[in-house]
Design a protein around this ligand. Structure first.
Ligand code: HEC
Ligand code: HEC
Length: 289
């Protein structure tokens, strides 16, 4: 914080404290002074001294605040004598937590993927790791959402075996479906949309689909395959079933083709230890079995 704000906070804090102390002592008196003179329909306000226990508490809380600020720091840029910071406390708690669970993860890390899946406790740990790290994007039940793949079905863009899932988690995945609006033109995209509808067995215009076939063979086969079954090397999905990442309606397919799509699964290697990824990969694998 800049020097100006530093002094603003310091003076603001100390002056308001001094003001409260002044308010207390300036209004304090020892004797009963009868009434304040205020009277409402015959009800009068007494002007008795403040009870000693109350004054004592007020003074004690002012002293407490001074000590608190001196220890924890609360005056602008001054750190306080206790060297306390919320970041350091958080780091210490995380380290303590990690140390407590290190033996558990080391043990789980040494169990094979297949055995992990039949270990109820390991799968519970996997579920918790999933809820903490993955559910914001893939959903609490891993059913996915628009743009976020369902992890419980049998379709995998990048591969659904243990190794492929592990690689997905460690390195992340960036899908590159190019935009085809410029190359195909508006009519070309409409025709291609019908070709994709045909591939997935939906109602379509046969003439339009037939018109797009040569372009599909030229532009799309490399990634989606001649049959439209997809390719796990590029993460290009199977277009022949009713599982869609971005929706299978005519409108949504048209949008996907015109503008392209770039799904991004963030790499987890900086966030999760290798043992945790091992448990997670086995857990994710178990969801679709
Ligand atoms: C360079 C490889 C590549 C090429 C070429 C390519 N695609 Fe794709 N396509 C992908 C990838 C990767 C995805 C997944 C995008 C994502 O996950 O964000 C995708 C997604 C799609 C989807 C969305 C599927 C869903 O589940 O929502 C459709 C439809 C599609 N492609 C059709 C086509 C058509 C038609 C062509 C040819 C005009 C084509 N693609 C060419 C790689 C490619
Ligand atoms: C910020 C959002 C986000 C988070 C957090 C996230 N993912 Fe993903 N994940 C995605 C997206 C988007 C894709 C699709 C990438 C693509 O289009 O190819 C994906 C893809 C995947 C895939 C590949 C699916 C396939 O069909 O091959 C797996 C497996 C996966 N995620 C598991 C996880 C796990 C486990 C976690 C928690 C450690 C996680 N994800 C956290 C967004 C996320």
């Amino acid at each position: 914080m800049s020097a100006g704000w530093h002094w603003f906070v310091v003076l603001g804090t100390l002056l308001s404290l001094a003001f409260m102390a002044w308010l207390l002592f300036a209004n304090r008196h020892k004797d009963n002074k009868g009434t304040t003179g205020h009277s409402w329909d015959g009800i009068e306000e007494l002007d008795n001294p403040l009870p000693m226990w109350w004054v004592g508490m007020f003074v004690a809380s002012i002293i407490f605040m001074l000590l608190y600020v001196a220890y924890y720091g609360g005056l602008g840029n001054w750190d306080g004598g206790g060297n306390w910071s919320s970041t350091a406390q958080h780091d210490a708690e995380v380290a303590q937590h990690e140390a407590r669970f290190a033996p558990l993860y080391a043990e789980l890390g040494s169990i094979s993927e297949g055995d992990l899946q039949s270990d109820r406790r390991a799968m519970q740990v996997g579920r918790r790791l999933y809820l903490n790290n993955c559910s914001t994007c893939h959903g609490v039940n891993a059913n996915g959402a628009f743009g976020f793949p369902n992890l419980t079905d049998e379709e995998w863009q990048w591969g659904g075996d243990y190794q492929a899932i592990r690689t997905t988690l460690i390195d992340g995945r960036v899908a590159a479906m190019p935009p085809w609006g410029p190359a195909l033109g508006e009519d070309g995209v409409v025709n291609m949309t019908h070709y994709v509808l045909k591939l997935s067995g939906q109602d379509h215009d046969a003439d339009k689909a037939a018109a797009a076939k040569p372009q599909y063979d030229m532009l799309c086969v490399a990634c989606h395959g001649a049959e439209g079954k997809g390719n796990k090397v590029f993460g290009s999905p199977d277009l022949t079933n009713d599982i869609w990442l971005y929706g299978g309606s005519e409108e949504q397919i048209n949008f996907t083709l015109t503008h392209g799509r770039n799904g991004n699964m963030p790499a987890q290697s900086d966030i999760l230890s290798e043992d945790k990824i091992h448990v997670l990969a086995a857990y994710i694998r178990s969801l679709s079995q």
